[in-house]
Design a protein. Structure first.
Length: 333
């Protein structure tokens, strides 16, 4: 298995007061997203102390016994937040990766803004956990907001085009733990997928990530110190009218313990996602941002699948999980 040579974009100048500085980053971002849909980003914005604190909080939390962690089980929450035990998340029938997670959504206290993925988070009874996790969430969200403005520039739009659609987005942070597994074989994991939202920013502590290249082959993505990994997701593929393509990825089974912290950036729940290329015929049908996100989530989590099977939950306009992005060799799009 060969490593994938991803482009690297320095986003430091997104903090600049100069429009030309920000436009220069937008051009670099556009070039990288057209080329691969996966890239590394580095920047003076990164608060590495927050990164380290998040890792320590995750290590402490996931070391708890299962009964304690299940007190914050995601199925008990109002907004799909909380502890995700091993086997809860399934991208296929009866198949799952050896991982556990803690999911944090936009923590919204405004009753009229609540939606299935927007509301009060479920938090564990652990001093400092909520504070450090939210500090990291808002830090990376600020960087994501800068990137939304860079995408607007890259797509020939007003720089603030997305601002009105980012008031209460169901953007989710996941704290994911892949336990040490002495019996793990160096082979693919189960969960091959594209991300559902606009784009993802990922910080991880160990290798294992693989993506599909433009030849349809699975390739390894090595970690580079002081960078985050960024990837295009379903909704940005639609909004760019296919200029950027969501890239299917998975985590390879490795023996070492691994922590992974993706933050998935979306637009507001009620925002309609549609192609915004002004001089091109639309190649995608519009979809509702939150509806698509919730539909895809409900097709992968056991507690939501159970509600569907019991008739308690009905999905509207759901599309298959593999509806976007490049496909691996031998698989039809």
């Amino acid at each position: 298995m060969q490593n994938y040579v991803l482009p690297l974009v320095d986003i430091s100048r997104l903090d600049s007061d100069s429009v030309e500085d920000r436009m220069s980053v937008a051009r670099d971002l556009d070039r990288a997203c057209v080329q691969t849909g996966f890239l590394y980003i580095e920047g003076s914005q990164f608060d590495r102390a927050l990164f380290r604190r998040l890792v320590e909080r995750a290590k402490t939390y996931f070391a708890l016994d299962d009964a304690t962690k299940m007190r914050s089980y995601i199925g008990l929450s109002e907004n799909h937040s909380g502890y995700v035990p091993v086997g809860e998340e399934q991208f296929g029938v009866g198949t799952y990766d050896l991982k556990e997670a803690y999911d944090v959504n936009y923590d919204c206290a405004i009753a009229e803004e609540r939606r299935p993925l927007v509301g009060p988070n479920l938090w564990p009874d652990m001093p400092g956990f909520r504070e450090d996790v939210l500090a990291y969430y808002h830090h990376i969200k600020r960087i994501g907001d800068q990137l939304f403005r860079a995408f607007a520039l890259a797509l020939g739009l007003d720089e603030n085009h997305f601002d009105a659609h980012l008031r209460h987005p169901p953007s989710q942070l996941r704290l994911i733990h892949y336990p040490y597994d002495a019996n793990a074989q160096d082979r693919p994991g189960i969960g091959a997928h594209t991300d559902y939202e606009c784009f993802t920013l990922l910080f991880a502590t160990a290798p294992g990530l693989q993506v599909v290249d433009k030849n349809g082959e699975w390739v390894d993505v090595p970690l580079i110190e002081d960078t985050m990994i960024m990837n295009i997701s379903d909704m940005m593929e639609i909004m760019s009218n296919g200029r950027y393509v969501a890239t299917k990825h998975r985590v390879r089974k490795v023996k070492e313990e691994r922590y992974s912290f993706p933050l998935f950036f979306s637009c507001d729940y009620d925002h309609v996602i549609a192609p915004i290329a002004p001089n091109e015929a639309p190649r995608y049908e519009p979809l509702k941002s939150g509806e698509h996100l919730y539909n895809q989530t409900a097709q992968t989590f056991a507690y939501l699948k159970h509600r569907i099977a019991q008739g308690e939950l009905v999905l509207n306009n759901a599309v298959p999980l593999d509806s976007f992005g490049l496909q691996e060799a031998g698989v039809r799009a």
